[in-house]
Design a protein around this ligand. Structure first.
Ligand code: ADP
Ligand code: MG
Length: 622
């Protein structure tokens, strides 16, 4: 064919600089675009010759020395007319739209394909060559060369077999891409599940083995065995009924490079009203929720687009791991657009519903298994409930509370089991089973179950449940929040006597402990052996804990109430005792003992406690 020269499109001058600028942060996607073009060309060829025996593949060859990357496929190829039509003219048909969408938007906002796939090569290359031969009858090979994506030359090409080579000469500034490791890394990221075998081939030039005195020995060229980039099938495309447990687990290990097994998974598979395929895994979670991070890979027709696209996947689901493939997602728009897109919203709601279905399904049919998972999944489920009301509505009856006795109960099971033992609809919980063991034991003695709520998220979750659970009058109280459960019925006369004595004790304890913020309360408790307990108002405590977690500068004063037992011998004696050292020491000692049942004493407190104990023992032996 005769030499043909020309300019690609009247708009090219406007668009090339934009491509270069916009995609600055995502330059590596040129590899994805060129490989997926090769896969597309093969798909087209396969459709023309169904049942063919040919071994189809895309090979990416890196020649570090020459500074070249070659993308080779044995797909449909292009005739000169097709190059003219698909590369020279139509290339920018979507470009004007592209321009409209992105002008003014910030550059980090681009997610994926933008219909300029082939031209992304010019982000890194100072020369791009196409060598192509169409399979159509009588087609001649074509060579197309351009240095800037704006002017090109077309001549007769050299390809002898059907298919296409795209050869990039990498520019000086982008030299990092003419590198085996860099290219492998990008291929692994984007092309691991493409629908056609993809290979990486590396051309290495070895230095001559020995110096030869008279004349140079030619360097030997070594070509490494091509390496398959996408050995694993895209399991998410298989019908769920055809996938085995082992396949799901193996896929998880392959994709997330782990030896761990997932707990369970949800296979998403719909064609209508949208095309969505994917597998979401519930990972084993070991550390606390704040530091946990999932990973959800978004694909578009087996081509990787990006990780953790929060516009498509509800944020709380990001704690899961998995793959989502949505071929119809409008990825060539900005992220802010995706956020408000109705289609994306439906997609996201569907994913959430499927995850909720899985949880309720497990709860209803495999309760025991579900209970076993609870420790790992509860922070995720609770977080989801607080973030997404629909999700909460779906799973709220499957939320479990682990008790100190090791059982897992739902809220309604808890409430009905403990009915009559607590005043009102109350859940008693501990945020630290070890430190609060004394208080827990008190409740256990009353036959009341104590829920373990020791995750970071529980602090928020209890408040959330109080106003969202839809249970009238529901409240959560930590084991040290009040002594109501342990109180004994007393007569009106006794009550009045207690009030009078309470004043005496209040003066004594404030003086003996030096704590002016302390509230002292005298009441009759069922267990006569216990002199008293220190309680902290539930709401006030939550408030100051929140402040601590969210790093508030000011410290709220911690208000405690010392509940003294009017039925206890030591307390009774204190009321009657005359003023003096022994009385003060006893009061201080009771206070410390009460404190110790909720928290360990501080260093100086221990010293004081020990020396006071010794003194009291001495007095006892006088
Ligand atoms: P898209 O892939 O979205 O159509 P591209 O810019 O990536 O846009 O490619 C433009 C067109 O060029 C393709 O639609 C195809 O017709 C043609 N093309 C690109 N690469 C190849 C190839 N390796 N083999 C055959 N045709 C190709
Ligand atoms: Mg393309």
């Amino acid at each position: 064919m005769a030499l043909q020269q020309g300019n690609i499109s009247i708009h090219a001058q406007n668009i090339m600089p934009i491509i270069k600028r916009w995609l600055y942060s995502d330059k590596d996607i040129f590899i994805r675009e060129l490989v997926s073009n090769g896969c597309d060309a093969i798909t087209k060829q396969k459709m023309l010759t169904p049942g063919g025996e040919e071994e189809y593949k895309v090979t990416v060859t890196v020649d570090e020395k020459a500074g070249e990357i070659r993308f080779s496929d044995n797909g449909i190829g292009m005739t000169a007319d097709e190059v003219e039509k698909y590369i020279n003219q139509v290339a920018f048909s979507g470009a004007e739209e592209f321009l409209k969408n992105y002008e003014g938007d910030d550059k980090g906002g681009i997610i994926g394909h933008f219909g300029l796939g082939f031209y992304s090569a010019f982000m890194v290359a100072d020369q791009v060559t196409i060598e192509t031969l169409s399979g159509s009858e009588g087609a001649a090979p074509v060579r197309w060369v351009s240095e800037d994506g704006m002017a090109f030359t077309m001549t007769e090409g050299s390809r002898t077999a059907r298919g296409t080579d795209i050869i990039l000469h990498i520019s000086e500034e982008e030299k990092e891409f003419a590198d085996e490791f860099r290219v492998r890394q990008v291929l692994n990221r984007y092309c691991g599940f493409m629908n056609t075998p993809v290979y990486l081939e590396v051309v290495k030039e070895e230095a001559p083995k020995a110096e030869v005195a008279d004349g140079e020995e030619a360097p030997t060229i070594e070509v490494k065995e091509p390496e398959r980039i996408n050995p694993n099938a895209a399991l998410w495309l298989k019908a769920p009924k055809d996938c085995t447990e082992d396949e799901y687990k193996q896929f998880y290990r392959d994709v997330f490079h782990t030896y761990e097994d997932p707990l369970f998974y949800v296979h998403l598979n719909v064609d209508y009203p949208f095309n969505l395929k994917g597998i979401l895994y519930f990972p084993k979670l070991t550390n606390d929720f704040g530091t946990r991070e999932g990973e959800i890979k978004l694909f578009s027709g087996q081509v990787f687009v990006a990780d953790n696209i929060k516009e498509v996947i509800p944020e709380f689901l990001m704690l899961l791991k998995g793959v989502i493939d949505c071929p119809d997602l409008p990825l060539n728009v900005s992220r802010s657009f995706l956020q408000n897109d109705g289609y994306v919203k439906k997609l996201s709601a569907y994913i959430t519903r499927k995850v909720a279905d899985k949880l309720t399904g497990l709860f209803n049919t495999e309760r025991e298994k579900y209970e076993g998972y609870w420790e790992d999944i509860h922070p995720f489920v609770k977080y989801g409930c607080m973030r997404d009301n629909k999700f909460f509505e779906q799973v709220k009856d499957t939320l479990l509370y682990k008790t100190t006795g090791g059982a897992h109960v739902t809220l309604s099971e808890y409430l009905s089991k403990n009915e009559g033992k607590l005043n009102g609809k109350k859940v008693i919980y501990t945020s630290d089973p070890t430190r609060q063991s004394a208080n827990i034991a008190q409740y256990e003695a009353e036959g009341v179950d104590v829920a373990v709520m020791d995750a970071l998220i529980d602090l928020n979750f209890v408040s959330f449940m109080e106003y969202s659970a839809g249970v009238e009058g529901l409240s959560f109280a930590r084991v040290d929040a009040d002594a109501a459960t342990f109180q004994k019925e007393v007569s009106e006369d006794e009550k009045q006597q207690h009030q009078a004595d309470e004043k005496v004790l209040a003066d004594l304890f404030t003086a003996a402990t030096g704590n002016n913020d302390l509230t002292v309360q005298l009441t009759a408790l069922k267990d006569t052996s216990m002199p008293g307990m220190l309680v902290q108002d539930e709401q006030g405590r939550r408030f100051s804990e929140m402040g601590r977690i969210y790093g508030q500068d000011f410290k709220l004063p911690e208000r405690y109430t010392l509940v003294l037992n009017a039925e206890n011998a030591v307390v009774k004696s204190l009321i009657k005792q005359e003023e003096g050292e022994q009385r003060d020491l006893l009061a201080a000692q009771l206070y410390d003992l009460a404190r110790m049942s909720t928290r360990p004493l501080e260093k100086e407190e221990i010293t004081a406690f020990l020396s006071r104990s010794n003194k009291l023992l001495e007095m006892l032996c006088k």
